[in-house]
Design a protein around this ligand. Structure first.
Ligand SMILES: [Zn+2]
Length: 388
């Protein structure tokens, strides 16, 4: 197998929300010129805040993920290509423990603020101190759809939802997962309803099955700012029997408290009255050992395009009895992070709004870096020990 690594210093680039003051940067949605070639080929990246001092840019692809992990260096690697042929990159940051986390954003391309948070987190991790968890970050899972949203700046955050779905007949990208309790079969690539899973989600599922993270942060955004917050899906065994919610809930609420204490908006976590990690549309967590109800409909769309199994449900359900036993796994801890509002800081009109949103972006990223990737409610303490 042929592979190599080169060190590519990425030039600190487009702090776009402050583009007017930043020499060399441009507000142009196709800003480029500051990036190495490989970065230019990822159009969405050029529109987001992203800066790093040094990064190992590898020629690894998803197929060589095990090499990325064994090298254990900060790396950029190629997951594959999007449906329109854009390079879909992921980033590996080694942690100080053998526990693994995955952070994804942009499942809904319309939710640009979530992609901005992911790039900010990536920048911090490339420059900052080592996290406890080794982490893979996919900042923009559906780059084609994010570009559609970026190209209609007047509509960002509107009910037009430009970039949410790949096309008018496509299933909601967050409702395309395999049956709960079943592994992803890359030879068939079908979701719970028997529909073909979109290519970007296929790449995500393959990554999860190879990397086997203990925890996932799935970054979304929500139009109604009163529902922004950090939410946890209840974990179950492969039959859907609840494993107990308290440590998942505590992790989500701790992250929300971190954001709130520094002035961020996590209204959906109801921290003032009764702190919760339950998303308002989801069924209540069942007591350990009893059947967990699941929400199988996101939004009401024709032809049930808004229905199906979400990443939250699939990931938080254990997998057992697979023909290939390497595909069996524990339930993963998965948090769905809803950033309040779809717009990135630069999409707001006034400087005051931009600064407020920039601070909020930084707080959401810091909560992930400090709490989610830190040594809090770790799985070897709260899950494996509970099993003994
Ligand atoms: Zn979303």
């Amino acid at each position: 197998m042929k592979w190599m690594i080169s060190i590519v210093p990425l030039i600190a680039c487009t702090l776009l929300f402050a583009a007017g003051k930043s020499p060399g940067a441009s507000v142009n949605k196709h800003a480029n010129g500051s990036f190495p070639d490989s970065i230019n080929s990822e159009p969405t990246l050029a529109s987001f805040t992203f800066a790093s001092s040094s990064l190992y840019k590898s020629s690894y692809s998803l197929k060589e993920l095990e090499l990325v992990i064994s090298e254990n260096k900060k790396s950029q690697f190629l997951l594959g290509q999007s449906q329109e042929g854009r390079n879909l990159y992921a980033y590996y940051i080694p942690g100080s423990s053998n526990l693994r986390a995955l952070v994804i954003a942009g499942v809904h391309g319309s939710e640009l603020s979530s992609v901005e948070v992911a790039y900010h987190l990536l920048t911090q991790l490339l420059q900052g101190k080592q996290p406890y968890y080794s982490v893979i970050i996919i900042p923009s899972l559906f780059p084609d759809n994010a570009v559609k949203a970026i190209n209609e700046p007047e509509h960002i955050g509107s009910v037009d939802n430009i970039g949410r779905y790949t096309d008018p007949d496509a299933v909601d990208p967050n409702r395309q997962m395999p049956s709960p309790g079943k592994a992803f079969d890359e030879n068939k690539s079908l979701d719970h309803a028997g529909r073909e899973i979109e290519k970007e989600n296929q790449l995500l599922l393959q990554l999860i099955q190879v990397f086997k993270p203990q925890r996932i942060a799935n970054l979304h955004a929500i139009r109604d700012m009163n529902y922004g917050g950090i939410y946890a899906d209840p974990r179950t065994d492969h039959n859907g029997l609840a494993s107990g919610y308290s440590s998942d809930s505590s992790l989500a609420v701790k992250m929300a408290s971190y954001i709130h204490q520094q002035g961020g908006n996590v209204t959906g976590n109801n921290l003032h009255k009764k702190p919760t990690a339950l998303y308002y549309k989801d069924p209540a967590p069942a007591p350990a050992g009893s059947l967990q109800k699941r929400n199988m409909t996101g939004t009401t769309l024709n032809l049930k395009r808004g229905s199906g199994v979400s990443l939250g449900t699939w990931a938080s359900t254990a997998i057992a009895n697979e023909k290939d036993p390497s595909k069996n796994r524990e339930a993963m801890r998965i948090l769905t992070i809803e950033y309040p509002g779809y717009k990135r800081p630069l999409d707001y009109k006034t400087e005051a709004q931009q600064l407020l949103q920039q601070k909020q972006t930084e707080l959401f990223a810091a909560a992930i870096e400090t709490i989610f990737l830190g040594q809090y409610f770790t799985e070897n303490e709260t899950i494996n020990i509970a099993k003994k």
